[in-house]
Ligand binder design. Structure first.
Ligand SMILES: Cc1ncc(COP(=O)(O)O)c(C=O)c1O
Length: 388
């Protein structure tokens, strides 16, 4: 493949050509498209023929077991989507209305929405340049300045609101610095809940992301490494927590052949069997996808080598799924040129999310300094990442 040492407009043209060569097409190249080349139709048809298309069925149980085996999680609980999984995980971490949750300003809005809908408030902390995820040093600095601790845990010394959880997000599949975050969580008596929506297939020091925190959420939205159409999964660190989590996501119904008794105000967050069928077929090919995605990332890495555009690589301590490839442009102007020229040429690229504290719903939330987040917001562009 051609190696690019060019800047500005020539870079944009070379990138368009490079991407079209990779995908062997002159048609539109999406950012991330799902692929269904295995048993997807067969399993989905089976659910239709069995009539078990809804919230009970063998594929839901199998999909949970497949994810447990793949990730090493003690218990996986399938949900309707990743936002519902995160809402459930936060509820199980004892986050309640009025509580504070420390998370990233640089994330997809669902991270904040999940806690907002339960009446909790996000507090925005900067990301580290090594992982693009929650920075343990920034987290510790914020808590040292604004928090105190008593027998009930940490609280904000001005508002007296309780800090309950820390929610790092493994941005684009790159694992955050979990050991260092755990040290801060333990010191301040906070529960670590991983937003692993983007990181199925990513490993932190040999352990699957989402299995280090007390709880975690995965997403199987159509743009993720594997999809169930829409779907999510809560990963629980212990089997006991798993049983309680399954109970709360299934209307908290006490098992009985015909009586209805619900011992809590549960959620109806069950993943339908129809979606789980798709998930089971996708899990049969995930290892193949991971190899293809790593090969694609290596090609991009070589392409950008020696230029002013910095390809985002996995952190040294981790093995990333390279879900969404990204490049950091030298300036905001270069970012604008890259976005406009590639999209004009039928190659889909996208800027990173607007930082959460700039959105109307979250502009009043407290935050620490966000220097790295702001730097990335100005420069980072996602580039086509479907496995080929
Ligand atoms: C970081 C992050 N968190 C949460 C979600 C929510 O997942 P879902 O779209 O399945 O609700 C997503 C993906 O969409 C995500 O990227």
């Amino acid at each position: 493949m051609e190696k690019c040492k060019l800047l500005g407009r020539s870079m944009n043209k070379s990138l368009v050509k490079f991407v079209k060569d990779i995908y062997q097409t002159n048609e539109f190249v999406p950012l991330h498209a799902p692929a269904f080349n295995g048993n997807e139709k067969k399993y989905v048809n089976e659910t239709i023929e069995s009539t078990f298309v809804s919230s009970v069925g063998k594929f839901v149980d199998k999909f949970e077991i497949d994810i447990e085996k793949f990730t090493g999680s003690a218990k996986a609980v399938a949900t309707v989507n990743g936002t519902a999984a995160l809402h459930t995980a936060l509820h199980m971490a004892n986050v309640r209305a009025g509580d504070l949750v420390l998370t990233q300003a640089l994330t997809f809005v669902a991270t904040c929405n999940a806690l907002h809908h339960m009446g909790a408030e996000p507090v925005f902390i900067d990301v580290s340049m090594a992982s693009l995820g929650l920075c343990p040093v920034a987290l510790e600095a914020y808590l040292d300045e604004y928090a105190l601790i008593d027998e009930l845990g940490a609280y904000n010394k001005l508002t007296k609101q309780r800090f309950k959880a820390v929610v790092p997000m493994h941005t684009f599949g790159h694992p955050v610095e979990l050991d260092e975050l755990l040290v801060v969580c333990n010191k301040w008596n906070l529960t670590l809940v991983e937003d692993a929506a983007e990181s199925l297939g990513s490993f932190y020091k040999g352990k699957h992301t989402g299995t280090i925190g007390e709880l975690a959420a995965l997403s199987f939205n159509g743009n993720k490494i594997i999809t169930t159409g829409g779907g999510g999964m809560v990963l629980c660190r212990t089997p006991e927590l798993g049983v309680k989590t399954k109970h709360i996501t299934t209307t908290a119904k006490v098992p009985h052949p015909y009586e209805f008794f619900h011992d809590d105000a549960g959620f109806n967050y069950r993943m339908p069997n129809l979606n789980a069928a798709l998930g089971c077929a996708q899990m049969e090919v995930i290892k193949e996808y991971l190899v293809l995605k790593r090969e694609l990332a290596t090609k991009y890495e070589h392409f950008f080598e020696g230029s002013d555009f910095k390809f985002v690589k996995e952190p040294s301590y981790a093995k990333s799924n390279y879900w969404l490839n990204a490049v950091i442009c030298p300036t905001f102007e270069e970012r604008e040129n890259l976005l406009s020229e590639t999209n004009k040429s039928n190659v889909m690229t996208r800027p990173i999310w607007t930082l959460m504290h700039r959105l109307p719903s979250y502009s009043a939330c407290d935050r620490g300094p966000l220097t790295n987040s702001e730097y990335l917001e100005q420069r980072l562009v996602n580039i086509p990442s479907s496995p080929v």
